[in-house]
Design a protein around this ligand. Structure first.
Ligand code: GLC
Length: 633
């Protein structure tokens, strides 16, 4: 089919307006990233052509969605948003099996579905699909691009936005670009970070942090056939892309816009912290990363303003905040970012029965709200838990020592600490630092596995309460709560990966189970099962969230300094009726004075609708309770 060059076609007034808007926020970052080595005008012209090309073939229903979201750009911050995260095969067999599971998702109140990596991975080990060899094909075990498109349409018709992983930092070494680079093509060698000898790699290594010290130590790999060293931050088979090369930017943008036209509404930008390298640094969270993100987000917005970007940066608080836009990037970078610090502090407080560190960290390091952006709040995901607790933060809690606390948490959650309720496992022990990370499912880490094994009903009740309290926390803290598949029915650790040669080296598969649809079937008949109680609790919490305007992500989150060592208290307030959320991290009833919670007038619990228990002016908070207090009447 003959195509008319873009320049010769009449331009579309709506696209022109959007492009003009995008330009304002594109020039700065592109000039800083590439301005010295390339002509900015040429680069902008190429991006514009690319955006316009995709805009022209964007299906009408998606263009209508773009318009709706342009008129309501904060749509994703609504309290009605609830996300679910799953592996397509482990949840629904295949992509074509997914639409049949939509009623289950709707029953949970889900409005956003993150399907774990679906794009064509390398054969064999693939880091759970995060080593992509073809971004334009679907993993054939899951289906085809048409299946993806159909699934996206079916989801959208039920009010669910599809989120897909996009691995930006690296490709599989089997990707076409990498193979061409390996064959000696200089154009594609410039897509990666390659070195003729190990002088520079050794210099860089001095300040780099090992990500997989057990399974893939070091950040460079030598390939004798090429005679070159290649930057491989993660596994040997994942080659880091060279984002200092604008061709990489253009190639990835093209992929994003293509997938957006297939109906993908949200991109989970994987491992973004690592995208820019500078000698003498950890090569994580460098300022250029935020310029890359702004340029990608704004260029996407030019062609498809309905699209969201979620940054995956599992980093300390100081480094995390800029992913949601600070300074010149405010309101211009990712729309969502994982609140891994809330997650870490949830587990820390639960083990220690002490919330002082949590209160300090969440009060000190985070703004109360962001412009046009919010956190994704979660308890578990497909990855391990890294005990990111700094000396500086621990120093604010009397007698707490960061290294010792990290050791305690690893021991508590691997099940070796005396009297622990948790059953998990160590991951990636680092002999240099002595640090270990942790694997395990939410339910097993919350004590359900040990309680069931002991057949102890009281312990089972406590485990169920911990799981529900955690869900109430992520539903009300501020942001979009992510339900990780299986957590809503309390699935335990799954050891079946140990007999699969492609999976057994990676303990994270322990908490990536298959959905237990038989159990879901039993739940309907046996409402007293722990799984049934958890599911009922999660459904109730998400439904209650949706009714409360104060829980929307744009409403500021103020963590209160109540001085209480076992409770976390969070005030959600703007113009409307404020809500004070209180969480008890212990198996004991706690007491707190109403003045310490800054409560004003008579209160009721908006989560349970039940009456509160008072002793005079002192509120009694039951074991592992979550209370959402609002003014009564
Ligand atoms: C992200 C993924 C993780 C993967 C890594 C490398 O952190 O969540 O599973 O191993 O990126 O792609």
């Amino acid at each position: 089919m003959a195509t008319t060059p873009l320049a010769a076609r009449p331009s579309d007034p709506l696209f022109d307006l959007r492009w003009r808007r995008a330009l304002r926020d594109l020039r700065g970052p592109l000039a800083r990233l590439y301005g010295e080595s390339h002509s900015l005008q040429d680069l902008l012209a190429r991006i514009r052509d690319m955006a316009e090309g995709h805009w022209r073939v964007r299906p009408d229903d998606l263009k209508a969605l773009d318009l709706a979201r342009d008129l309501d750009p904060d749509w994703f911050l609504s309290q009605e948003m609830v996300a679910y995260v799953c592996y397509a095969d482990r949840f629904a067999g295949t992509l074509s099996g997914l639409p049949a599971r939509i009623p289950y998702l709707s029953g949970l109140g889900v409005t956003y579905l993150h399907l774990m990596p679906c794009l064509m991975p390398r054969p064999g080990q693939s880091d759970g699909g995060y080593a992509v060899m073809d971004y334009r094909r679907i993993d054939p075990r899951l289906g085809t691009m048409d299946d993806l498109q159909n699934a996206a349409t079916a989801l959208r018709s039920e009010g669910i936005s599809l989120c897909l992983d996009l691995v930006l930092n690296h490709t599989a070494k089997e990707h076409e670009w990498a193979e061409k680079a390996r064959a000696g093509d200089p154009r594609f060698q410039a897509f990666y970070l390659m070195f003729d000898d190990d002088t520079l790699p050794k210099d860089y290594e001095r300040t780099l942090i090992d990500i997989f010290p057990d399974q893939a130590p070091g950040s460079f790999t030598f390939y004798p056939d090429m005679g070159k060293w290649v930057w491989t931050t993660f596994n040997e088979y994942q080659w880091d892309l060279n984002w200092a090369n604008p061709e990489v930017f253009l190639a990835m943008l093209d992929i994003i816009l293509d997938l957006a036209n297939k109906g993908v509404e949200v991109f989970r930008l994987d491992a973004v912290a690592f995208m820019w390298k500078r000698m003498g640094t950890t090569c994580q969270n460098l300022p250029e990363v935020h310029d890359i993100l702004q340029a990608l987000v704004q260029a996407t917005r030019g062609a498809a303003p309905g699209i969201l970007h979620k940054a995956e940066a599992i980093v300390g608080p100081r480094d995390l905040v800029p992913y949601l836009g600070t300074g010149r990037h405010e309101g211009r970078v990712a729309h969502l970012a994982y609140h891994n610090n809330l997650m870490v502090q949830f587990w820390s407080s639960l083990a220690a029965r002490d919330t002082r560190l949590m209160t300090h960290v969440l009060r000190t390091h985070f703004p109360e709200s962001f412009r046009r952006a919010g956190f994704a709040t979660y308890l578990r995901c497909h990855d391990d838990i890294g005990w990111a607790i700094t000396d500086e933060d621990a120093g604010h809690v009397p007698h707490l020592q960061a290294h010792a606390h990290r050791q305690f948490l690893a021991d508590f959650y691997n099940g070796t600490f005396p009297a622990t309720f948790a059953r998990g496992a160590d991951f990636q022990s680092n002999p240099e630092t002595g640090d270990r990370r942790t694997n395990g499912s939410l339910a097993s880490l919350c004590g359900l596995e040990s309680a069931l094994a002991a057949g102890d009903p009281a312990q089972i009740d406590l485990a169920v309460d911990r799981i529900t309290m955690g869900h109430a926390l992520i539903a009300s803290f501020g942001g979009m709560p992510l339900l990780y598949m299986g957590d809503e029915i309390g699935l335990l650790n799954d050891h079946s990966y140990e007999s699969d040669p492609d999976l057994r080296d990676d303990g994270r598969w322990m908490h990536r189970p298959r959905m237990d649809w038989d159990l879901v079937g039993r739940i309907a008949r046996e409402p007293d099962l722990p799984a049934a109680r958890i599911l009922a609790g999660v459904r109730h919490i998400m439904a209650a969230r949706k009714r409360l305007d104060a829980l929307a992500a744009q409403v500021p989150t103020r963590v209160l300094d109540t001085g209480h060592p076992a409770l976390l208290a969070v005030l959600r307030a703007e113009d409307g009726a404020p809500i004070t959320c209180v969480f008890n991290f212990t198996e004991h009833e706690q007491r707190i004075a109403s003045w310490a919670l800054r409560l004003d007038g008579p209160q009721e619990d908006a989560l349970h609708g039940a009456s509160l228990r008072w002793d005079g002016d002192t509120l009694l908070v039951p074991p592992y309770a979550a209370l959402w207090l609002r003014r009564a009447g």
